[in-house]
Design a protein around this ligand. Sequence first.
Ligand SMILES: Cc1cc2nc3c(=O)[nH]c(=O)nc-3n(C[C@H](O)[C@H](O)[C@H](O)COP(=O)(O)OP(=O)(O)OC[C@H]3O[C@@H](n4cnc5c(N)ncnc54)[C@H](O)[C@@H]3O)c2cc1C
Length: 322
Amino acid sequence: MSILVYIESEEGKFKKASYEVASYAKGVAEKMGTSVTAIAFNAGDVSELGKYGVDKVLNVNSEKLKNFNAEAYSDAVKQAAEKEGSKVVVLSQSANSKYLAPLLAVQLEAGYASNVVALPESTDPFTVKRTAFTNKAFNFTKISTDVKVIGLSKNAYGLKEVQGDAAAEEFSPNLSEEDFSVNVESVDKATNKVTIADAEVVVSGGRGLKGPENWGMIEEMADILGAATACSKPVSDMGWRPHSEHVGQTGKPVASNLYIAVGISGAIQHLAGINAAKTKVVINNDPEAPFFKAADYGVVGDAFEIVPKLNEKLKEFKEKNA
Ligand SMILES: Cc1cc2nc3c(=O)[nH]c(=O)nc-3n(C[C@H](O)[C@H](O)[C@H](O)COP(=O)(O)OP(=O)(O)OC[C@H]3O[C@@H](n4cnc5c(N)ncnc54)[C@H](O)[C@@H]3O)c2cc1C
């Protein structure tokens, strides 16, 4: 009755979030005295998962499952859980996993807890800590169903390396035509840039930047740091930046390790989307800007002076440490 973890990959490569869910599954397995089985779709080399506590990988190799398909994937994960006798299934909180998890919970007649941020407080009864109210509070949730589905918040647990090897096993679930009633035929990526959801660092600009012509220094900082660019709502509403960059209550959520906000006031609706970011740095010329209360580090000053200087220093640092 191993712990089952759903591992996401893109073009055969595992995402960083996958190593975090694997590490978390290992933590749960240790608490419950059992092993970890992963299920992956069309994954290449699965041995890397052993370093994060996975004992066995069920690899589903199927051209039909090349693109994410919630119904087919949930059916496959359910069959893997049944095959392994898994009582706990762990997933990330990526957009795809958030879609998959409730379907899976219905199929397994399982209780589902999303936004989990720590190992279970206890496994009998099974109680997990979760964030609530856009990360402003925690709650403790008891799941009393036989099977439990856990959605782990990004960057909540981290990567924990262990000594280990993952054995690979081919897995061919029985899928019906019904599973493919809605099917992604192909994916055209809009950009090769790192996305807000995947980014470890996000550099974000607000109305304080005065106009779209001033975004060069934000993009430069993002390039140096390998970061995604983001913005506040009015900035995208005014068409200075694409809507895909708008973060906050009505935009995208950010759970990066570092969030750098330039010329953003820190309105409650903006903060609602970035509370889960680990370290927040704010650059604003108004010392009374509300963002400073939510920030870990703050620079009071003119963005047009500070950001170019910071970019120079970051470049120097990067060159020295390359
Ligand atoms: C229902 C609802 C939902 C909303 N959802 C969202 C959301 O999802 N995301 C979101 O962002 N907003 C959202 N908003 C809007 C939100 O309330 C704020 O209006 C918005 O976040 C403000 O954007 P801003 O900080 O870029 O602009 P401003 O409030 O205009 O702040 C600009 C900041 O830049 C600073 N500044 C000016 N010049 C400089 C300079 N030279 N150097 C450094 N700093 C400078 C100023 O001191 C100021 O703090 C929502 C509002 C509502 C009512």
